[in-house]
Design a protein around this ligand. Structure first.
Ligand code: NAG
Ligand code: NAG
Ligand code: NAG
Length: 234
């Protein structure tokens, strides 16, 4: 009886250690597309010279691409393309958008994205990789606490090599905060706290122009006369 118990304990210890290796606890999560087919988990670096670890979970058995840019365009964006090849080996390629417009993203002369793990099943590909917050490569994006436009793409075709990647069939853009902490239980918990006060800032009669992608609007507003409060969420 005693022998059986200790064997079970040993097996349990091995499998949970493996799980921790394969699945770091990601602190940040985002769904990049409207249909929940491109999910991203990541953990920011603990300091400016540390590594960000990203995990892409995508409903494809082909290649997946993730890019970082200021404006959501491919031009001059930092990109990484990864896939699980025909023999089951994960592959990763550090690339960048063309200097202008859209087109095939050339490989960086310095490869700064490191593969952690990659696998796929009948429906999904899961690729985990890491990169430094600042790789010091002008062909890469320096991650900052500013809003980052993540560009995502995939294609169900498995590339034969990094020089033979078919054009994406699905693509999109999502704005995220890569560095700032995300609240675990979301706004619901914060709002449920009776000591939380909320205030809506409403712009007065702004007509959105139809000929601009982005509009910046400045308006000065007076806060209600509260006692001292801390702003905890925006
Ligand atoms: C990961 O999360 C689990 C469950 O929340 C926790 O028990 C474990 O200590 C965490 N591991 C690390 C390395 O933070
Ligand atoms: C930054 O974090 C990394 C681990 O992510 C560590 O190796 C490095 O020593 C840290 N650097 C500083 C200056 O604290
Ligand atoms: C395939 O992998 C995805 C992503 O990890 C997972 O959500 C899904 O349940 C897996 N499917 C099967 C049949 O295991």
């Amino acid at each position: 009886m005693l022998a059986v118990v200790s064997v079970l304990l040993a097996l349990f210890a091995v499998s949970s250690a493996q799980q921790q290796l394969q699945q770091p606890n990601f602190t940040h999560h985002a769904v990049l597309d409207p249909n929940g087919k491109f999910r991203l988990n990541w953990s920011p670096a603990t300091n400016g010279s540390g590594y960000f670890t990203f995990e892409c979970v995508v409903a494809t058995r082909g290649w997946i691409g993730l890019g970082f840019s200021t404006n959501g365009a491919m031009a001059a964006a930092d990109m990484v393309i990864a896939w699980v090849d025909a023999s089951g080996r994960p592959q990763i390629s550090d690339r960048h958008g063309p200097a202008q417009g859209n087109g095939f993203p050339p490989a960086d002369s310095k490869q700064d994205y490191e593969l952690v793990s990659g696998r796929k099943n009948n429906t999904h590909t899961v690729i985990t990789f890491r990169r430094k917050q600042d790789t010091c490569d002008p062909q890469d994006w320096k991650i900052t606490s500013d809003t980052t436009r993540l560009i995502w793409a995939y294609n169900d075709q498995v590339p034969a090599s990094a020089n033979d990647i078919a054009k994406h069939t699905e693509r999109g853009v999502k704005s995220v905060q890569l560095v700032n902490p995300q609240t675990k239980d979301g706004m619901a918990t914060i709002l449920a706290d009776p000591s939380t006060v909320t205030f809506d800032f409403r712009l007065t009669s702004v007509t959105l122009p139809t000929d601009k992608r982005t509009l910046y609007w400045c308006e000065i507003m007076e806060l209600p006369k509260w006692n001292k409060h801390h702003i905890i969420a925006v």
